[in-house]
Design a protein around this ligand. Structure first.
Ligand SMILES: C[S@@+](CC[C@H](N)C(=O)[O-])C[C@H]1O[C@@H](n2cnc3c(N)ncnc32)[C@H](O)[C@@H]1O
Length: 392
């Protein structure tokens, strides 16, 4: 393997090894129970011995009325078989470098009332019903894993962040229902945004107050910005993770209550220099009496109700190049974004309305929400905006 490829694999492995907490799965899944009755669930980035997704579905297999649960693990996962010394159906020890599958259609309960940890361990250790070796390393793109995908009704997992685009594309290609974790940055990926715009993918309920904590292998703890990794808990803290799904849920039908007015307050809603729409910095400021295009931060999607607003597009694709509008030096150049005319005396002010917009997955927060050219710009460059329009 070329040196660059090895380096980028190692970098991605670091980015990808985050383990979801049981409570976070429970909290999100609470909103979708009705979808699970009689379904085959696939967790295809999930070591059956370690993943809380597997544990959650084993424990709730009977309660949710599942038909079948399939969990496949990826060979290079550094936690394979770490907690228990385990053996597969051939009595061979479970080892790193190998993919495994657990495929079950019943979860027995020793006390007849609920699935306990003892029941789960017995199942994992069962030679007949437990974990089997895959032919390959368990890559979700491999033929044998795709064969499992085809048999699944709903895919639920936290997939590798570095392969998110490919992962979602595969789910869409095979027409699967899904509920998965991803970075909010993915919203504006060119492969993901059109799916959101066409109502083929939407956001789930998300992490409480946008605070997501994931377990990481201790040897991967080095190199995080201060405050991201807590050695006492073994958890990393990210501010921009969310759930992506195509399962319907109640929140996306809740009407956003709008109480601000545009007419009579036009000065509060400036127009972009390079696109014909008004700018709104906070979702709570969306006016109730405006039926043309409105630019909102991507955090709006947490509140999006497709019956109330349609999504027209995003600044990344809609903004006219500033070079066609203003002289060089009067704006900060960069990838396409929307710009607002900015009086010179305000050029060095920043606003704090979009901090959550631009918080990276590694937890580092970008300190200001707009970029101003040094020496005082005439136009301020905004972070990503989504254009929405009220439905009548
Ligand atoms: C973000 S972690 C989440 C693990 C687990 N789903 C959870 O939520 O606890 C992503 C997992 O995907 C695995 N992975 C990486 N590349 C993969 C691939 N090509 N196919 C399947 N799994 C992969 C990683 O080893 C890692 O365990």
């Amino acid at each position: 393997m070329a040196k660059n490829e090895t380096l980028s694999k190692a970098k991605n492995a670091k980015k990808d090894e985050f383990y979801t907490q049981y409570e976070d799965i429970q909290e999100e899944l609470n909103h979708y129970e009705k979808h699970f009755q009689g379904q085959t669930i696939l967790c295809n980035c999930d070591d059956p011995f370690e993943s809380n997704f597997c544990k959650f579905f084993l424990r709730n297999f009977n309660y949710l009325g599942l038909k079948r649960l399939i969990c496949t693990s990826y060979g290079t996962s550094p936690i394979v078989g770490r907690q228990m010394s385990l053996f597969d159906d051939q009595d061979e020890p479970v080892v790193c470098g190998q993919g495994y599958v657990m495929d079950i259609s019943a979860v027995p309960m020793a006390n007849g009332r609920g699935v306990s940890d003892v029941d789960i361990e017995a199942l994992l250790r069962s030679k007949r019903r437990g974990v089997k070796k895959l032919k390959g390393d368990g890559d979700f793109r491999s033929e044998e894993c795709i064969a499992y995908l085809k048999q699944a009704d709903i895919v639920v997992t936290n997939p590798p962040f570095s392969l998110f685009r490919e992962y979602v594309a595969q789910l869409i290609e095979y027409g699967k229902k899904f509920l998965i974790i991803g970075s909010k940055n993915a919203i504006t990926y060119k492969e993901i945004f059109p799916l959101i715009q066409q109502n083929k993918v939407w956001l789930g309920y998300g992490f409480r107050k946008d605070d997501a904590y994931f377990r990481i292998p201790p040897e991967r703890a080095a190199g995080y910005a201060s405050g991201v990794y807590n050695p006492d808990t073994g958890l990393v803290h990210f501010r921009n993770c969310t759930w992506y799904t195509n399962l319907d849920h109640a929140k996306r039908h809740e009407e956003l209550i709008l109480y601000r007015r545009y007419y009579g307050h036009e000065e509060d809603y400036p127009r972009y220099a390079n696109y014909d729409a008004i700018n709104v910095d906070k979702v709570t400021d969306i006016p109730c009496d405006y039926f043309e295009e409105i630019g909102v931060p991507i955090t709006y999607l947490d509140k999006h109700n497709p019956g109330q607003f349609e999504i027209i597009g995003a600044s990344r694709w809609l903004g006219r190049p500033m070079s066609e509008i203003a002289p060089k030096g009067s704006y900060v150049a960069g990838g396409v974004r929307f710009y607002l005319p900015e009086p010179l005396d305000k050029a060095n002010e920043t606003s704090d309305n979009l901090l959550t917009d631009e918080t990276r997955r590694d937890g580092a927060t970008v300190a200001c929400t707009t970029e101003l050219s040094s020496g005082g710009a005439k136009y301020k460059r905004l972070y990503d905006r989504i254009i929405i329009r009220r439905k009548m």
